[in-house]
Design a protein around this ligand. Sequence first.
Ligand SMILES: Cc1ncc(COP(=O)(O)O)c(C=O)c1O
Length: 410
Amino acid sequence: MNYQDLIAITEQHGSPVYVYDAEKIESQYNRLCNAFTKVKHLKINYAVKALSNLSILKLLNSYGAGLDTVSIQEVKLGLLAGVQPEDIIYTPNGVSLTEIEEVAAMGVQINIDNLSILEQFGTKHPNIPVCIRINPHVMAGGNSKISVGHIDSKFGISIHQIPHILRIVENTNMTINGVHMHTGSDILDIEVFLYASEILFETATHFKDLDFIDFGSGFKVPYKEGDIETNIEELGDKLSKRFNSFCKSYGKDLTLGFEPGKFLVSEAGYFLAKVNVVKQTTSTVFAGIDTGFNHFIRPMFYNAQHQIINLSNPDGKERFYSIVGYICETDTFASNRRINEITEGDILAFKNAGAYCFSMASNYNSRYRPAEVLWYEGKDYVIRARETFDDLIKNQVSAPIFEKEPQLAE
Ligand SMILES: Cc1ncc(COP(=O)(O)O)c(C=O)c1O
């Protein structure tokens, strides 16, 4: 898809709007599979949290992907999208035993990340095989919020607690059919990944009934030209060899699992917004756009640097701008960024807006969440309508303590 396609989508569906390019999602999926062709059984479970629109789940499932889920609601979305329960893995953190039991009853693969729930679940359901998420105590990930495999992290069961896991397994007679880790997102260096994998292989040797080893995700995608990205082909080459030799010593062809979110959908997404105001102050030139961190939180929350293109003037003279949103507090998408000259009414495109963008959007400032559009074989399809005022009030209940009902605007 090109700039004209994106402008046409904004003209037709309004702004702000999210657009996802199906072709890019497919090529990323194929790229990952192609890197691991030497492994006999590969399973890619797409991390639903990255972008949970039903059409995206259907699309990825049509390529052969299963799903990685973290809540019962994500599981339900997956089932509604037609994904088979056995193609879904559920990796919650800190949820109740009741929720885990409900998901297990749906036939979904359970992944448990703490000893307390492992013992309770094993005692009550010794016949349901479970996967265990270990914490390898490895510092990996692009920033502290997304580094989740280190010793102070709340995720996973410490590798130092393997004797305790084994005692629970023996006492409850439960079956461990998988071992899993996810050390963080945006892992820069495949050596860190391979190092953590060795810890997972060592863990696997303690369990005799495994069907799969799940290496989580954390593949780094480029956010701008020249940016570091995970060398998937090199990782595929090295990890496949190591995995195959492990399977030989284990005595069984296990399935190698991954659960990427960003890698599959980040680069496929564009967030399009219109410039409402260009405001020159004593220190900078602000371009104020018709959205805010309520719709696109990554710059404010993670300091993420998303490339911004002025679609309306792609060849214009470059100038420096601070791109800001309309939220009633500091709401900065980019500071002092070099962008082709901006005029009020121009359409800006934020790149890498597929992962953790719409799925983290909110109604803060009582704004409607944007529409989502899928670009598929040269055509645009609305896959989520823009919200309306009815959506904002649909769950609000008027307490019967007011004498006069407030008049709600049309
Ligand atoms: C358990 C688990 N698996 C997979 C992912 C997906 O990570 P990424 O989007 O970096 O591929 C996450 C992200 O938070 C996660 O927590």
